[in-house]
Design a protein around this ligand. Structure first.
Ligand code: PLP
Length: 433
């Protein structure tokens, strides 16, 4: 059958290794995965009784803590009412209500919601809408401008507009061409402006970016003023503006969306991760009326021919509605501000520490670089593995991006738990310096 002999395998980790291939994991050298049997609040409970504070919100999705009873109850009710229905020719209340409630909290120009399954597909849809917008309006444009070190997901379109890295190198021959400008971090702002100026033409279909913070690229932060300027320039050549808020959405940056820090509004937005509070997979692409209208026609060829079997899954939409209730509550909004304030104090403290560089913070996200030498500061470095394991041993789940350490916690994290995370970082710094 191609299967190895599975008899005699005892632990969940061993059983996993016999049959499962994990994401972003070199299966030859990675240690056995840690089996988690329960989650509650910020805590993950392992099979062996160890607990971990989930300081990265399980890949940045979990906003209200694990197994939140309010979300669980709403999803359980929905599960007994309507678990799924084909979304072409049919609709349902959770999808309608979610769109009705999302649109008023998005930038004011957003007009329609298109559902998909995750962050990558939310980006794919935005790209397809952008390219087809130009196709439908009879003025096809081919170019996309993106930021260096961007990460927009792992499907082919999302990979194409991501920065070129180990993640994309085997696929480069199959990716459409994209032009890059430097991420406009302080010190490189003018370079980004100049580069954009030289690339802009009437052939640019879209300009895509992660507003204010590039996540997987290393929690790289840049200022709203420069992004406003770049958007203004791209827009003056007609380019459609795509804000990938898959990571930055739903309160992460201190405002509901990173786009709310900007005076320029995007034409298209990609959302996922925190959308369901991290409960279920769901993606959203929001767009303006101008884009939507370019697809409305008596000519069926102008249809957006895109959809997934699980488009607008009612359970996921219900989870998103419940998550939105929690997110908009005073309690969560206060928590977001509380975490931001505490991060700012710890950030100040970190700047004094030897071995720490480039401390940065935006809302609930705090990041800094371990001052590793250039040999070690790559995706493949060992300092990353050392830090990851050391923090796990302290009961804290953080997943460094190369030599970049960051905290991106669920909003329900208490002051005491934050202190535990900060203390673990302090011990790590002592350990490696
Ligand atoms: N866009 C951004 C900004 C992301 O951070 C991610 C995931 O980390 C994605 C897109 C892809 O989302 P997903 O992993 O849900 O496909």
């Amino acid at each position: 059958s191609g299967l190895e002999d599975l008899t005699g395998l005892k632990s969940l980790g061993e059983r996993d290794q016999a049959v499962i291939w994990h994401p972003f994991t070199q299966m030859q050298t990675a240690p056995l995965p840690i089996p988690i049997v329960r989650g509650e609040g910020t805590r993950l409970y392992a099979e062996d009784g160890t607990t971990y504070i989930d300081a990265v919100s399980s890949w940045w999705v979990n906003t209200h803590g694990h197994s939140h009873p309010y979300i669980a109850e709403k999803v359980a009710q929905q599960l007994q009412t309507l678990e799924h229905v084909i979304f072409a020719g049919f609709t349902h209340k959770p999808a309608i209500e979610l769109a009705e409630r999302l649109l008023p909290v998005l930038p004011t120009n957003q007009n329609k919601i298109f559902y998909s399954d995750n962050g990558s597909t939310a980006v794919e849809v935005a790209l397809k809408m952008a390219f087809q917008y130009w196709h439908n309006t009879g003025q096809p444009r081919r170019k996309v401008i993106a930021l260096e070190d961007a990460y927009h997901g792992d499907t082919f379109g999302a990979m194409a507009v991501s920065g070129r890295s180990a993640f994309t190198s085997p696929f480069v021959p199959f990716l459409f061409d994209v032009e890059y400008i430097p991420t406009p971090v302080p010190g490189r702002e003018q370079e980004a402006v100049n580069q954009l100026q030289s690339l802009l033409s009437d052939d640019v279909a879209a300009f895509i970016f992660e507003p204010l913070i590039q996540g997987a690229g290393g929690m790289v932060m840049y200022k709203p003023e420069i992004l406003n300027q770049l958007i203004g320039m791209a827009r003056s050549h007609g380019a459609l503006i795509i804000a990938d808020e898959v990571m930055t959405g739903f309160g992460r940056t201190g405002k509901l969306f990173a786009s709310h820090h900007l005076s320029e509004q995007p034409d298209l937005m990609s959302l996922s991760k925190g959308l369901t509070g991290g409960t279920m997979a769901l993606g959203v692409t929001a767009c303006t009326k101008k884009i939507y209208d370019a697809f409305k026609s008596e000519d069926k060829h102008k249809t957006l021919f895109h959809g997934h079997s699980f488009t607008a899954n009612p359970l996921a939409c219900t989870a998103a509605l419940a998550s939105l209730d929690l997110l908009l509550s005073d309690k969560t909004q206060e928590s977001i501000q509380r975490i931001s304030r505490r991060h700012a104090v710890f950030a100040e403290h970190l700047t004094q520490k030897p071995g720490v560089k480039n401390v940065r913070q935006q809302g609930t996200i705090l990041a800094f670089d371990l001052d590793a030498d250039s040999q070690t500061s790559s995706y493949f470095n060992t300092i990353r593995d050392t830090a990851y394991q050391f923090l796990l041993d302290q009961g804290v789940l953080m997943r460094p991006l190369g030599n970049v350490l960051y905290i991106l916690p669920p909003y329900c994290i208490t002051d005491e738990e934050l202190d535990t995370v900060y203390a673990a970082i302090e011990r790590l710094l002592q350990h490696i310096n």
